[in-house]
Write a protein that binds this ligand. Structure first.
Ligand SMILES: Nc1nc2c(ncn2[C@@H]2O[C@H](COP(=O)(O)OP(=O)(O)OP(=O)(O)O)[C@@H](O)[C@H]2O)c(=O)[nH]1
Ligand SMILES: [Mg+2]
Length: 427
């Protein structure tokens, strides 16, 4: 089938790209498994040129009944009992301007143990081109929360007050005013409907003047809703599905990017801690003057090389050594006086009692650990910012990070780990 709208084609392309992008790590794909499944569905939807209309709402608000009323036949199961619909159910309805319209029924959202079902329904609503959000009375806080989640400036949401037959004219007006008030900040259109009205009792005056009560089937009333839907489809049908797919792709791209950032940051911390400990143990075993801790050491350079690989850079040895030296120069400038005696005494403070050789050695080691820790944090921030120091240069970045970190707790943590390792070695 040829897709005419170039918007749709663009949306399709961007979704396909997202799906086959090799640069997205497997771990990120695994984390976003559900979203990727949705991308697949959206690709299919665009290829088949479908418009999805999804009925969403609390249990028993009449979602299945409303879709049946639109269809004109009882396809979807309905019941006075809560939780009749258990899965998302699509059904081809009819075509319009080469677009085939699919009605999708979803499970009600507040069934007990219904967490999975609620997710299912929300996902369908997020992907829908038109959402029919059903109410059976004034909107509750939990419904408002859901509506806030689904509605957006670009999304077509029809807020349907169903079961209108159960209310008097005054009551309907009161409910509509209240719902309007509460949803004023959202892009929604409010419509009343009676998808499956209760039979009405009417009083018939007989010829002889006597009154006779008789029950009759009340007329289904979905006129306003139907004409609103056709209106939207006529005016916006073609662009709607493309717009929604693009929005969805943008949203997933954002999530992918966020996940990559988080995963990298986590992996970076792991790398840094491993090198810190190696440095700490090295220094504890072969104590060096405190002032020398800020000379570029092989361990720091190796750490920076590994961090650069994590951020997709793969620095060579010389480049990594240069970067290490730049960072250390900033640290030396920053810490000046602190770096000497003060720092050693704060490292010593982390130790419990007495100053046996192991204890002082581990205090020195903790300083080694701390120095590498700072280098690692500064380097990974530099990489995370896209290999730049930012507008204010390396000094500002280093200062920022040193100030942000809790020196005493890092030293404490370091000396505990080092001491545990040294004691282990001895025994
Ligand atoms: N009075 C009145 N009752 C209605 C109307 N629409 C639906 N109902 C009744 O409400 C009950 C629930 O309807 P369903 O269509 O099954 O509701 P649902 O939202 O699909 O329910 P779940 O799938 O369980 O979440 C049924 O007994 C319907 O007959 C209406 O417009 N007026
Ligand atoms: Mg249902």
């Amino acid at each position: 089938m040829v897709i005419e709208s170039s918007d749709q084609q663009k949306a399709l392309q961007s979704l396909k790209q997202l799906f086959s992008d090799d640069s997205i790590p497997a771990a990120v794909r695994a984390q976003l498994k559900n979203q990727y499944a949705s991308v697949q569905l959206l690709i299919e939807k665009l290829e088949k040129q479908q418009i999805h209309i999804v009925a969403f709402g609390k249990v028993s608000t009449g979602k299945s009944s409303l879709l049946n009323a639109l269809l004109g036949s009882p396809h979807f199961d309905t019941s006075p009992l809560h939780g009749e619909t258990k899965h998302n159910q699509p059904l081809d309805w009819q075509s319009m301007q080469q677009q085939s319209i699919v009605l999708i029924d979803t499970p009600g959202t507040d069934e007990f143990d219904g967490e999975a079902r609620e997710q299912m329904a929300k996902q369908a609503a997020k992907q829908a081109d038109i959402v029919l959000f059903l109410l059976a009375g004034d909107i509750s806080d939990s419904e408002l929360k859901q509506l806030n989640f689904i509605a957006s400036p670009e999304k077509v949401v029809l807020l349907v007050l169903n079961k209108a037959d159960l209310y008097s004219g005054d009551e309907i007006n009161r409910i509509l005013t209240s719902v309007q008030e509460k949803t004023r900040h959202l892009n929604v259109r409010l419509i009343t409907a009676s998808a499956d009205p209760r039979p009405e009792t009417v009083v018939v005056i007989q010829r002889d003047g006597s009154e006779h009560r008789q029950t009759q089937q009340a007329a289904v009333d979905i006129k306003a809703l139907k004409s609103e839907i056709w209106d939207i489809l006529e005016k916006e049908g073609k662009t709607l599905s493309a717009l929604n797919a693009s929005l969805f792709a943008t949203d997933i791209n954002r999530q992918v990017a966020e996940n990559i950032v988080q995963l990298r940051a986590k992996a970076a911390q792991k790398i840094i801690k491993t090198y810190c400990l190696a440095k700490g143990i090295g220094v504890a075993c072969n104590p060096i003057p405190v002032a020398d801790l800020l000379l570029a050491a092989g361990i720091d350079v190796a750490m920076i090389r590994q961090l650069s690989t994590l951020y997709g850079l793969q620095l060579g040895k010389t480049e990594a050594a240069k970067l290490t030296a730049t960072i250390m120069a900033q640290l030396a400038l920053l810490m000046g006086a602190v770096w000497g005696v003060n720092l050693l005494s704060s490292a010593l403070k982390t130790l419990s009692a007495g100053l046996s050789t192991t204890l002082t050695a581990s205090a020195q080691g903790a300083l080694g650990y701390y120095a590498t820790y700072l280098v690692g944090q500064i380097a990974s921030e530099y990489f995370a910012q896209g290999n730049t120091w930012g507008d204010d240069g390396p000094k500002a970045l280093a200062k920022n990070i040193v100030q942000k970190l809790d020196r005493q707790s890092i030293l404490q943590d370091a000396s505990e780990q080092i001491m545990a390792l040294l004691n282990n070695k001895k025994s």
